[in-house]
Design a protein around this ligand. Structure first.
Ligand code: PGA
Length: 251
């Protein structure tokens, strides 16, 4: 059975009070959700308080990033050890905003992945093509390259500790979502690649979630696709009603 996951990526939104009250609202309204696992990803300064608040619930807390090195002179970075010391051991790696704005390339991302594996962290690895690649029919080769350059350098993976988030860059924060057919096609492609690289069992057990302008109105059709196991939700996760509606769309 594959894990079904809906994760809210708050990005650089919500101060302390806003973060705490959004978590309270999600906790209040998510009681009884058993169809999927819920994750919330607040900003670094609020991870510890978020974790403490979520501890008695089923909601898991996810960091938006982690350093590619263990420690040292890296102003502004946060290490795996630092996250571990506040009981956070799930991280997003390779979000397209990190890749494009902060110029994190596949070499850096591979180092992050290796460090996370060493620390037994759960990884949400984001991959996705930009509009130019999609318009020139290169979306599959871009995704294949992103996999080959990062996670496929490992000899083995634990599918219970890895979540692939397919997030077409042209759909992130734009209001333009991949349609269910486009999402299914790409998720199936990714699953096939994992089968060839690792094994059928790893591929069958791998959770692949979709991200990019998922809204309460569009979630069900996307989540109903056979290779889509949930979503990474940006904008809509800032509103607890929308986030919960999206989570309830998984069947
Ligand atoms: P969005 O963001 O839902 O606002 O498009 C998704 C993401 O960046 O993870």
């Amino acid at each position: 059975m594959r894990r079904k996951i809906v994760a809210g990526n708050w990005k650089m939104n919500n101060d302390l009070n806003q973060s705490m009250s959004l978590i309270d609202s999600v906790i209040e309204n998510s009681a009884g959700i058993t169809n999927c696992e819920l994750y919330l990803s607040p900003s670094f300064p609020f991870l510890r308080d978020s974790k403490i608040k979520c501890e008695p619930t089923n909601i898991k807390v996810l960091a938006q990033n982690v350093s590619h090195l263990e420690k040292g002179a890296l102003t502004g970075d946060v290490s795996c050890d630092m996250l571990k010391s506040i009981n956070i051991n799930s991280v997003i790696i390779g979000h397209s905003e990190r890749r494009t704005i902060f110029k994190e390339n596949d070499d850096i991302l591979l180092k992050k992945i290796e460090l996370c594996v060493k620390n037994n962290f759960e990884i949400f690895l984001c991959i996705g093509e930009d509009l130019e690649s999609r318009n020139s029919n290169k979306e599959f080769s871009v995704i294949e390259d992103q996999l080959n350059n990062t996670i496929f350098n490992l000899n083995d993976i634990n599918p219970k500790k890895l979540i692939i988030a397919y997030e077409p860059v042209w759909a992130i924060g734009t209001g333009l979502s991949a349609n269910p057919t486009q999402a299914q096609e790409m998720h199936n492609f990714i699953r096939e690649k994992f089968k060839v690289k690792f094994s059928e069992s790893i591929s069958d057990n791998l959770t692949i979630i979709y991200g990019g302008s998922v809204k309460p109105e569009t979630a069900k059709d996307i989540f109903d696709q056979p290779d889509v196991d949930g979503g990474l939700i940006g904008g809509a996760s800032l509103n607890h009603n929308d986030f919960i509606k999206i989570a309830k769309s998984i069947t």
